[in-house]
Design a protein around this ligand. Structure first.
Ligand SMILES: Nc1ncnc2c1ncn2[C@@H]1O[C@H](COP(=O)(O)OP(=O)(O)OP(=O)(O)O)[C@@H](O)[C@H]1O
Length: 848
């Protein structure tokens, strides 16, 4: 889609939305403590709309007019601070699309951000594109059904040829690649084209607004009741993904560039706090009647630390702690637990006075973070980077409220709570965490040190997943022990994740559509899908714990400490307080005034007690000296006691650590034991299942064999019948043939006897022929002789006709006739003996 057209449509929708929201804003109920992304997005958007409408109102005043002007300057050109939420159209789309499918109870918001492909072989298919897969697309953003303008919440992934998923599945479905495509759902999907501003508006802005509400900060020109919770509110945002997926870009953005449109969540959040502050001032100055809540000043403190190799390091340590280690050594900080709160002891807090100062601090912290270059990302982060933003609602006596008091006395009297009453200081904390990449060291091809880092990173991420999983399961069973203490990352956020504020937890899952990253991206997406199911419901969890154990425990298995109005820390500050109390008590006791009070009045003494001695100035002086000496002694004792106390406290701390580690060890052992038992059970079950399965398969095989046998038996029966039938036919045929054979035999016998006769006759005839030949030969000889003789005689007598051939022939008529008849007979006999055509073919020759 053309981006310009989309922007125009956005604007048009914004106009509609403003009209709709204005009419509905009146009926909108106030603030709900638990963070529901959908609800909060709606609320924050309502607030935005209210702010817009108020901007319109305040343009009448000069200051406000200038501010509005500033707000109209394009973000990229603004030099000091980027005015926030200038384009509100996106907010509506996010509101419409984000978390629509999630239930009311769902608390962890999971967003997906897909970074633009960094090289041509890394491709992505966007919603508007063709939805049929081609081998080039690894991620396809699916259009939300029915509503083309809504932001998508579903993606489909297609394994590329280089991925393991493809290799595994190709044998199963060799032709249809779409058969092993997978679908994943999120609260909101931000495609590669999504700007940093939109990401901030969707993810962090609702959280910040919620936190400001919890502090009782005015939502400009809109009455929002402050939080009723006694606990300090907190919010937690994780940026999660594999290396080079854009986690740091989402959280920090490009801080070095002058183009503020590239700013990530942290600089924008800092900027929004100051925007809010400024708008507070404008609102206060423009309104004559204003409540004490609205005049109270908001202070921002930031701390930056990283968790590197399971050690916590302050990225911007205080001057005091720097001077402690003159050689520039960096010492890890301790994570302590104090009355249900987790503290990173010694972490420096930096008061931020302006956006630019906040950005500078962020830059310094980011530059000090552990990074290294690998073959995927040149500036790959090797630690979890945490930005802790503390918003302190300062006492109404000081700061802005005091100014208001001076400027407008009527304001003070108009407050409900009375004139500048000392209100309690309230602090809310936002943690924005840029997690280290969850890649495999095999892919990044790094050395031993980097591998160790990777192991630690993956271990802590795994613990985070396990904690979230356990919290998820506790929603159902409420019995799992959440392994918060197994990693620094989870330990630090333990109090947040087990408090009512756990609802304000969000995860931005960053993915890279690169083909090479596909397999790891699948793991990340699978984790995100699980995280979406987490219902942060500590109340329900505690109720169940109480039900099972009859005691009130927190989600970490510790007995709950009743919430107190002010948290006291077991530090020297605490000790100092105690010292003061003890000292003052002793001083009071031993003070000369008290001593003199104890001494009865002379008049009373005169009246009642005779033995009373009126103290002289000398005795008094002595007394005072004595008292002073005892005071000094007491002071010295106090000092010793104080020293002992400190020592005891340190011992206590060490003991606590020791006990904690022992408990942790024991827990670990128990866990290991439980795991072992579970594993045994699992194996047993597996064996049983395998046995059952083999039994089942055997029975199935038997059944199959039986049915096959039955079939075969039927066939055999049929064959037998067929054979019998064939046998019968055969026998009939044989019978017929036998008749034919006997006929033929008779005929043959007849023929043989005829032949014998013929042979005998031939023999006889041959004999006769031989005799005849002999006779003929004789006769020829005789004839020749006669001719010779006759020739001699006929030389004179020509008349000798009886010796001619005819005569001879006449003489020999008898043998000639015999010869002819013999030849005829022989031919006839031969004809009779000529072999007849066989009655059967060769196969039947035996029968013949
Ligand atoms: N949405 C985006 N738009 C433009 N560029 C991006 C985007 N996301 C990431 N990048 C760029 O990609 C590169 C790597 O991003 P980034 O350092 O944020 O990754 P990462 O997930 O934090 O990696 P690592 O875990 O290794 O630190 C950077 O140069 C960044 O500018």
């Amino acid at each position: 889609m053309n981006p310009e057209t989309s922007m125009l449509e956005d604007e048009a929708q914004l106009a509609n939305f403003v009209t709709e929201s204005r009419s509905s804003s009146e009926s909108s109920s106030g603030f709900n403590f638990s963070f529901n992304p959908r609800k909060n997005l709606k609320e924050s958007f309502d607030r935005e709309v209210a702010r817009l409408s108020n901007d319109h109102v305040v343009t009448q005043s000069g200051v406000a007019a200038s501010l509005t002007e500033e707000a109209c300057i394009p973000e990229e050109n603004s030099s000091n601070r980027p005015p926030l939420h200038r384009n509100h159209s996106s907010r509506r789309h996010f509101e419409q699309s984000c978390n629509m499918a999630s239930s009311e109870n769902k608390r962890v918001a999971v967003y997906l951000r897909i970074r633009p492909p960094s090289s041509p072989n890394k491709t992505i298919n966007c919603a508007s594109m063709d939805t049929t897969n081609t081998n080039n697309n690894t991620i396809e953003i699916l259009d939300p059904p029915g509503e083309p303008r809504r932001f998508p919440t579903r993606i489909r992934t297609y394994p590329p040829n280089v991925s393991n998923s493809y290799r595994v599945n190709i044998n199963r479905h060799p032709k249809d690649a779409s058969a092993y495509a997978k679908e994943f759902s999120f609260d909101c999907i931000m495609g590669p084209e999504t700007s940093q501003r939109k990401v901030y508006s969707a993810v962090a802005a609702p959280m910040l607004q919620d936190i400001l509400q919890s502090l009782g900060q005015p939502q400009h020109f809109r009455t929002v009741p402050p939080s009723t919770s006694s606990r300090n509110a907190s919010a937690l945002l994780f940026s999660y993904g594999i290396t080079n997926a854009g986690k740091t870009y989402t959280v920090l953005g490009d801080l070095s560039s002058r183009n503020q449109s590239n700013w990530g969540i942290i600089p924008r959040a800092i900027s929004e706090v100051f925007d809010h502050q400024q708008q507070n001032l404008i609102a206060a100055s423009s309104s004559a009647r204003i409540s004490s809540h609205q005049t109270s000043q908001l202070e921002l403190y930031v701390s930056f630390f990283e968790i590197y190799n399971e050690q916590v390091y302050d990225l911007i340590p205080s001057e005091k702690s720097v001077s402690k280690y003159p050689l520039g050594d960096v010492h890890p900080l301790k994570v302590r637990e104090c009355r249900g709160e987790i503290l990173v002891s010694g972490l420096a807090r930096h008061k931020v006075e302006s956006t630019s100062q906040g950005i500078e601090l962020t830059k310094i912290a980011h530059n000090k973070r552990h990074t290294s270059s690998n073959n995927i990302n040149t500036g790959s982060s090797r630690s979890h980077f945490v930005c802790q933003m503390e918003l302190v609602q300062a006492s109404s006596v000081s700061g802005a409220a005091t100014v208001q008091e001076d400027e407008d006395a009527s304001m003070i009297t108009s407050t409900d709570d009375g004139v500048c009453l000392k209100s309690k200081e309230r602090t809310s904390t936002i943690w924005i965490v840029d997690l280290a990449g969850s890649e495999r060291s095999k892919r990044t091809q790094v050395g031993t040190l980097r591998q160790k880092e990777s192991t630690q990173i993956n271990k802590s991420l795994m613990t985070l997943m396990r904690c979230l999983n356990a919290i998820k399961d506790n929603g159902r069973y409420g019995l799992n022990i959440v392994p918060f203490r197994e990693s620094k990352l989870t330990h630090i956020f333990m109090s947040h994740l087990t408090s009512e504020s756990a609802s304000r937890t969000a995860i931005v899952v960053n993915v890279n559509p690169a083909k090479d990253d596909f397999d790891e991206t699948q793991h990340v997406l699978a984790f995100a899908t699980k995280a979406r199911l987490i219902e942060m419901d500590p109340e329900e969890y505690n109720r169940k714990r109480k039900q099972y154990f009859g005691e009130e425990y927190d989600a970490n298995g510790r007995k709950k400490v009743k919430p107190t109005t002010s948290v006291s820390y077991p530090t020297k500050r605490c000790a100092g307080k105690k010292k003061e109390t003890l000292f003052s008590r002793m001083a009071k006791k031993l003070s000369p005034k008290r001593v003199f009070q104890k001494i009865p009045h002379p008049e009373n003494a005169m009246a009642g007690e005779e033995d009373y001695i009126i103290p002289t100035s000398t005795t008094c002086r002595d007394e005072v000296e004595k008292l002073q000496a005892s005071l000094l002694e007491a002071r010295r004792r106090i000092e010793t006691l104080e020293f002992d106390f400190c020592q005891l406290q340190e011992e206590l701390e060490t003991k606590e650590d020791q006990i904690r580690s022992e408990v942790a060890l024991e827990m670990e052992q128990r866990l290991r034991e439980t795991r072992r038992k579970h594993q045994e059970k699992y194996h047993q079950l597996q064996v049983e299942m395998a046995r059952e399965a083999s039994k089942t398969s055997f029975t199935m095989k038997m059944d199959r064999a039986e049915s096959q046998l039955e079939e075969l038996m039927d066939k055999v029966e049929e064959c037998e019948k067929e054979m019998m039938r064939m046998n019968r036919d055969h026998q009939e045929e044989v019978h017929t043939l036998e008749g034919v054979i006997s006929d033929l035999k008779v005929k043959l016998n007849g023929a043989l006897s005829g032949k014998q006769k013929g042979d005998a006759r031939i023999e006889r005839l041959e004999k006769e022929l031989k005799q005849f030949k002999k006779m003929l030969h004789k006769r020829e000889k005789q004839t020749t002789l006669q001719k010779d003789c006759k020739g001699d005689e006929d030389m004179s007598d020509t008349d000798a006709p009886e010796n001619t051939a005819e005569n001879v022939a006449e003489d020999s008529t008898e043998p000639l006739t015999f010869t002819l008849s013999f030849k005829k007979k022989k031919t006839a006999h031969r004809k009779n003996l000529r072999p007849r055509k066989p009655l059967f073919n060769s196969s039947n020759s035996t029968v013949e």
